[in-house]
Design a protein around this ligand. Structure first.
Ligand SMILES: *[C@@H]1O[C@H](CO)[C@@H](O)[C@H](O)[C@H]1NC(C)=O
Ligand SMILES: *[C@@H]1O[C@H](CO)[C@@H](O)[C@H](O)[C@H]1NC(C)=O
Length: 271
């Protein structure tokens, strides 16, 4: 099942701080490739899920007749700035410690297999913040986006990512605090604005089957949520995505390729 993932060597690739290696200092192998090289790894195909549903569109393969990450993107998002701009009264979104965070668990049947739909078909969800479901074959490169449609980030959730959503009207300091926390916890993260969040809880962390909605960042709760629910998507692959429309900043490695230590600097948080 995982034979397409070649575990070469664990390299700490942090671009900030003293843990980083410069290109010419590292003589070992790079995974998946050195910074200046093209990623030539074969796409990851989960053979188990393929046999459970033979009609499933293969993931991670760019195909202009299905999904190449460029054609017909309008079907998921029409590029409307309304989705990343604050057009509402900001005071409605003020952080408050009196509004308790809400953790929602969606029970996903054990044998549920999310399907992939090509860009000629729209995908609708029954909840405003879905935690699982049908999605696009190409998944986004990890990192922060100007705006990323849910039909894309759901695929990262399936691979064990944490997705941070924030309303464009949310308090700037709270947004910054949560962004830094997520970026410091794990490589496998996605950050995007999302204007369909509730004004009383304009911040959310989402993993496969779980969502945490907050008015104000609780560092304790956020770290515990990420430690307990990230990296649990049923299709584990460490391969980065292919889709990058709207990316602002690519994710950095935090502990290593496998995110084997989640939130390494949050040492004072109870396990
Ligand atoms: C969409 O495109 C895919 C791949 O070309 C095809 O298999 C599928 O039948 C198409 N769906 C519709 C509704 O046309
Ligand atoms: C963008 O915002 C509009 C207005 O709130 C909403 O109806 C639409 O669903 C949003 N689009 C996406 C892709 O989130």
């Amino acid at each position: 099942m995982f034979r397409n993932i070649i575990f070469l060597c664990l390299t700490v690739l942090n671009t900030s701080g003293d843990r980083s290696y410069r290109d010419n200092e590292w003589n070992g192998n790079w995974f998946p490739h050195s910074p200046n090289e093209q990623d030539t790894n074969p796409p990851f195909v989960n053979k188990n899920t393929m046999t459970r549903n033979d009609n499933r569109v293969e993931m991670g393969i760019s195909d202009p007749h299905c999904d190449d990450g460029e054609t017909n993107l309008n079907i998921d998002w029409d590029n409307n700035p309304v989705n990343y701009t604050c057009l509402d009264r900001k005071d409605l979104y003020k952080p408050s410690s009196y509004i308790h965070p809400v953790h929602t668990v969606e029970r996903i049947p054990t044998f549920y297999v999310a399907s992939h739909k090509c860009m000629n078909e729209s995908i609708q969800y029954s909840t405003s913040i879905p935690t699982f479901g049908t999605h696009r074959p190409l998944w986004p490169i990890y990192g922060e986006y100007k705006f990323l449609p849910k039909q894309r980030w759901l695929h990262n959730l399936e691979h064990g990512a944490v997705v941070m959503l924030y309303h464009p009207c949310a308090n700037k300091n709270e947004v910054k605090l949560l962004k830094n926390l997520v970026k410091g916890c794990l490589f496998k993260h996605i950050i995007t604005p999302y204007n369909l969040l509730n004004p009383s809880r304009p911040l959310a962390l989402v993993t496969w089957g779980h969502r945490l909605e907050m008015s104000k960042v609780s560092e304790n709760l956020a770290v515990r949520f990420i430690r307990e629910h990230a990296l649990k998507g049923y299709e584990s692959t460490f391969k980065n995505g292919q889709y990058n429309y709207g990316i602002l900043q690519r994710a950095d490695f935090v502990s290593d390729l496998h995110d084997s230590v989640v939130c390494p600097t949050a040492t004072n948080i109870m396990k």
